[in-house]
Design a protein around this ligand. Structure first.
Ligand SMILES: Cc1cc2nc3c(=O)[nH]c(=O)nc-3n(C[C@H](O)[C@H](O)[C@H](O)COP(=O)(O)O)c2cc1C
Length: 196
């Protein structure tokens, strides 16, 4: 068996915003969900739940995303001007991603416990992104106000006591993005070594 260095998967994973017009076999999606389910969680609470959406459900979600995108992309300071038209185009259907995984966590009363549940669910999301990369699939982690949209929860028939940690469009990538720079790639400004 070839040994794949995890750091290679981590570094080569990119947010994919254009997908091939190709369906994803459910067996592949199940593998991604397995990876998610092996994420760490506080007290092994495993607070995550998943919705896998395609066809009209995926379309309805991306319609909601497009509504937000039309508002924020034109004035977003972090998106270069020359990228804005392309970003708007991608927002119409997440670049043609055939399927989305929506990761949710419980709306716990206690702030601390709710935050712990969100952290674990984010670990589950990252597992999906990395497993997908290792399988030659593309993903993008969608946060934004879409995660707080009552309309999206309604489309997904999500119970009132769940919150969305992230929406992950998935498919076969039809682009190879250049890696966006990391601030302080040598980590000089990001790390404080103590006691060394
Ligand atoms: C919490 C979170 C929310 C994000 N929300 C969005 C989003 O709404 N739309 C989008 O296109 N990308 C979104 N991204 C992807 C980031 O833009 C992307 O990870 C970042 O630009 C670095 O690029 P890379 O993933 O290719 O390394 C999000 C990522 C995270 C972790």
């Amino acid at each position: 068996m070839d040994v794949i260095d995890v750091i290679d998967v981590i570094k080569n994973r990119r947010s994919i915003r254009k997908y091939k017009d190709e369906e994803l076999e459910p067996v592949l999606i199940e593998k991604l969900l397995q990876a998610a389910n092996w994420a760490p969680s506080a007290g092994n609470s495993q607070p995550w739940e998943f919705v896998v959406a395609r066809d009209e459900f995926a379309k309805k979600i991306s319609n909601e995303f497009y509504k937000f995108a039309k508002e924020y992309i034109p004035s977003a300071p972090y998106i270069p001007e020359k990228e804005k038209q392309r970003m708007l185009e991608y927002s119409k259907n997440f670049g043609g991603a055939p399927c989305h995984i929506i990761v949710s966590y419980p709306k716990l009363e206690d702030n601390f416990k709710r935050e712990e549940a969100l952290k674990a669910s984010c670990a589950a999301i990252q597992n999906i992104l990395l497993q997908a990369k290792a399988m030659g699939l593309g993903t993008v982690w969608i946060g934004s106000r879409l995660n707080h949209s009552e309309k999206v929860k309604e489309i997904l028939a999500m119970p009132e006591d769940r919150l969305i940690a992230g929406i992950i469009p998935i498919g076969y990538p039809d682009m190879e993005p250049i890696a966006p720079q990391r601030q302080s790639p040598d980590l000089k400004e990001k790390v404080k070594w103590m006691g060394f």
